[in-house]
Structure formats: C-alpha cells, structure tokens
Design a protein around this ligand. Structure first.
Ligand code: NDP
Length: 459
C-alpha cells in the first residue's frame, strides 16, 4: 500500500500551480490541486487576461478618431459597459473550463476548499485530511492596502474588473504596473481619471527615460497626474467619494482604486506552524530549486515574491516538476526576464535600466530614439514612442532594451531573445531592418547619446 494518499498536493490552482501539477501528473505522479476560489488563479481570472481584454477595448475610441485621418467618418459610437463585462465573463468561464480540462487530462484531482498544511506531509481541505509525499505552495498574492482613514471605501483591481457600472470619475492610487494599466483602461472608456502617487514620476524602478516618456504621454492624453501626494482620508459623501490629498486638494470621484502592491498569500495556511521560514515581506523563503526550509514543502510563483510575473511562475512550476518527477534537475532562470506594462502607450523592457546597468558595468554606450508612429502621421494623434538600447561599453553586449510605444510588448519579446543570447550592439547593427516598421529602429540606431559633459558643452 502507498505510504501517502498523494505524491503531490499543490495548494493553489493558478498558472504556476496548474503547470507544475499537470506536468507531475504527466510524469506519472498522483496529484491533487487544492483551490478555494476558481481554478485559473490571478492571471487568468483577476489579472493579466481580463485586464488585457479591457485594454484592447479601451484603445478603440482613439482608433476611431485616427480613422478620420484615413477618410473614414464614424458616427453614433456608443459603449455598453455591461455588455463588455458580460463578454469578458464568458471568456473567463471558457478559460476556467480549459484549465479544469487540463488538470483532469493529466489525471489530477481537484479538491475544493482552502488548503491548510497540517504537518509537513498532510494537507487539510474542508475538514478532511490528505497525506502527501510533497506539498507545493502556489497560493499567489493579494492586493495590499495601506491604513488610511476611509480605506474601506476603496476598491482594488479585483473589483475594478467586475464593476457593474463604469465610474464616471475614478482616482487610482499608486504608480506601479497595475495603477498605470487601470488608469489607462478607465480613461479609454471615457472616465475622468486621476492618478495619485508618492513618487515624482510613474513606475519607480523602471528606466528613467521610460518613466519620463510614459509620464508625458499619459498626461497628454488627459489623465490627471497628482505626483508627490497621497490620500490622507477618503470620505463617502451622498453621491460621490471625496479623496482628501496630503497637498490639500480634495477630489470628487465615483470610485477610488488602490494599486499599492500585492502581498504573498502565506497567512492562515499552516506554513509557519509547519516550520516554513518566511521573508520579512511574508513570502516563502526558497532555494534555487524552489524548496522551502521544510524539505517536503516547495513554493513557486508570487507567494515567493521573486519576480511576480505569470511566465516566471510557469517556469518555476515546470522546473519543480522536472526536478522532482522527471529526474531532470532544473532550476528556474531569473536572468533577463522581459516584461511589459500595458499602459497607453505600452512599455516593453528586457535587461537592466540605465541606472542599474551603470552600477553593474560602469561605462555604457546609450542609444535613444524618439519617434512618431507612421500610423499617426495622417491623424491628429500626437502620441510619440521611445526606444533605448543600453550597451556595456567594455563587452559591447546589449544589457538593456526598452521601448515605449505601439506594439512594444510584441517587439521586445523578439529583442529579448537576442539579449538573452548575449548579442552585442554589432549583432544588432548587422541585422537588416524590416521597413517600414517601428521595430526596425532597434537595428538602425547608430548615434550614441553624447556623454553628460558633451551634452553640457553643446548647450
Ligand atoms: P507595484 O509594486 O508595481 O507598485 C506599487 C505601487 O504602489 C508603487 O507606485 C508604490 O509606490 C505604491 N505604494 C506602495 N505602498 C504604498 C503606500 N503605502 N502608499 C502609497 N503608495 C504605495 O505593484 P502593483 O500593485 O502595481 O503590481 C503588483 C505586481 O504585479 C507587480 O510588481 C508585477 O510584478 C505584477 N504585475 C505585472 C503586470 C505585467 O506584467 N504587465 C501587470 C500587473 C501586475 P513607490 O513607487 O513610491 O514605492
């Protein structure tokens, strides 16, 4: 008789947990996935996917405007928010079904309820105990809100994706990925939008030229930027919400959304009691194999707070399954992970920001190009794009590539392969461009940005 009920119990049916469980099942392991909400997780049900669907739709009013430049006249355009939300829900139901099929196809059991680690080889779900050789914690993260008077009136990205009505006026707090994406979504559908943040520019941590370019473009679009301030109090009035800012201004809005970071889901699931060490931010501490301080417990994805992106969780889940169930020791690679921000315009990035590259390599060659997308030259659209290559002067390797502008996420994915392979600037230069595209700029930038002294002398 088997020593345990399962070879693997995965707590959390999001992208990472499902990938690991499915592969383990395919390699012959007996696996159960525990999920207390719906299988699919943050990315599929409350993040990347519904967000991107709403982003697609929010671009269309601008495109309708652009159509005039090409001779089209479009009258009587109206938007039905309820129809949008219903269509999005149908798509999420379809994806949830696909995820369930993937699990059953791999022979995995799905256990409905909250999974709590009872001991290093036992998980309790809905008052039943299941024994297992290994436990994988893939519980993700959850929005974290600061302690501000009236915070109970605020929503997070979870609720923002399901609002029955579109708020006419909305204030978004924070200026990270989620804040800039959602403020763009609501602006696109026609809301008056306010972005409130404590830094001087959006997206702290990104390359300074990227931050500058996005700040400029979103302000041009008419999003109200409230930099270097924060809500001190949120007050529910009869027909609106009043957001009192630390700079004295009071905003009258219909909704306030907080996007002030996410916290790993490690509370109340028996981890500390089982001896699992956590970091200062409450994430599961793991080694290069995603193993926690308890030898039979592993963790992957946002709950480990390494790089909080779905494809990274997938890679971590895959590496875990390969190592533990396919006799193929694999550790996830966290170097040069490309990412995008689906702001408007979007951002694509791979490698280091200029500031981080300077710290790591010292002398750099920097190439920057600003451009007006050809698509807009016959329209009133004044949006501009920006591309930047950061090159380590000594080795001539491209150590950072960044783009702000139409299709940047699609373009950077290809550039990321070159950066991952260690391409030099000369490799970029000997690649023929595709004309006419924006992407060709990445292989035709020849003029180095002058050094600060040269720039100062030229002024
Ligand atoms: P981020 O960490 O990106 O940004 C958090 C924002 O909240 C920052 O602007 C930060 O300000 C601000 N903030 C933090 N604490 C406070 C506070 N107490 N009061 C006021 N402001 C505060 O988190 P997000 O919530 O935007 O996203 C979470 C993660 O989800 C991201 O890190 C990313 O990994 C992932 N994600 C990825 C996406 C993508 O790939 N396209 C899309 C959405 C999410 P400051 O800068 O001053 O610290």
């Amino acid at each position: 008789m088997a020593q345990y009920d399962y070879d693997l119990i995965t707590i959390g049916g999001g992208s990472g947990g499902v990938r690991a469980s499915r592969l383990a099942g395919r390699y012959g392991a007996k696996v159960a996935v525990v999920e207390e909400l719906r299988v699919g997780g943050t990315c599929v049900l409350r993040g990347c996917v519904p967000k991107k669907l709403l982003v697609y739709g929010s671009h269309l009013p601008d495109e309708i405007e652009d159509m005039r430049g090409y001779g089209w006249s479009v009258e009587g355009v109206r938007h039905d928010w309820k129809a949008l939300i219903a269509a999005k829900e149908r798509e999420l139901d379809r994806l949830h079904g696909i995820y369930m099929n993937l699990l059953s196809g791999a022979g995995n059991d799905v256990l409905d309820g909250r999974g709590v680690v009872a001991d290093p080889h036992t998980v309790e779900v809905a008052s039943k105990r299941y024994t297992t050789e290994r436990i994988l914690v893939a519980t993700g993260g959850w929005p974290s809100l600061p302690d501000v008077p009236g915070i109970e009136h605020a929503i997070t990205s979870n609720e923002a994706l399901e609002l029955p009505e579109r708020p006419q006026r909305i204030a978004v707090v924070g200026s990270g990925y989620i804040a800039v994406e959602f403020v763009g979504i609501f602006h696109g559908y026609g809301s008056e939008t306010h972005l409130i943040f404590r830094a001087d520019k959006v997206l702290r941590g990104f390359d300074e030229d990227v931050r500058e370019a996005l700040n400029l473009e979103i302000e041009k679009k008419g999003i109200h930027l409230h930099a270097e301030t924060l809500p001190s109090r949120i007050e529910k009035a009869a027909n609106c919400i009043l957001v009192h800012l630390t700079d004295g201004e009071v905003l009258e809005v219909d909704a306030v959304m907080y996007a002030t970071g996410r916290r790993p889901n490690t509370k109340g699931i028996g981890l500390v009691e089982a001896g699992v060490a956590l970091t200062a931010t409450g994430a599961v501490k793991v080694d290069e194999w995603s193993r926690s301080s308890v030898p039979s417990i592993w963790a992957i994805g946002d709950v480990t707070d390494r790089i909080n992106l779905t494809p990274v969780a997938l890679a971590e889940g895959q590496a875990f399954a390969e190592t533990e169930f396919n006799n193929n020791p694999t550790s996830p690679d966290h170097e040069n992970v490309p990412s995008a921000v689906f702001s408007q315009p979007p951002i694509g990035s791979v490698g280091l920001s200029e500031a981080d590259a300077e710290k790591k390599y010292g002398a750099l060659d920097v190439y920057i190009s600003g451009f007006r997308p050809m698509k807009y030259t016959m329209t009133e659209n004044t949006e501009r794009g920006m591309m930047k290559l950061i090159v380590d002067r000594a080795s001539q390797k491209v150590v950072g590539a960044h783009m702000v502008g139409v299709d940047s996420a699609e373009i950077i994915q290809g550039v990321a392969i070159a950066v991952k392979m260690g391409a030099t600037k000369a490799d970029f230069d000997r690649t023929i461009g595709i004309h006419p595209t924006a992407a060709e700029e990445f292989v035709t930038m020849r003029e180095k940005r002058p050094e600060p002294e040269e720039r100062a002398a030229a002024e």
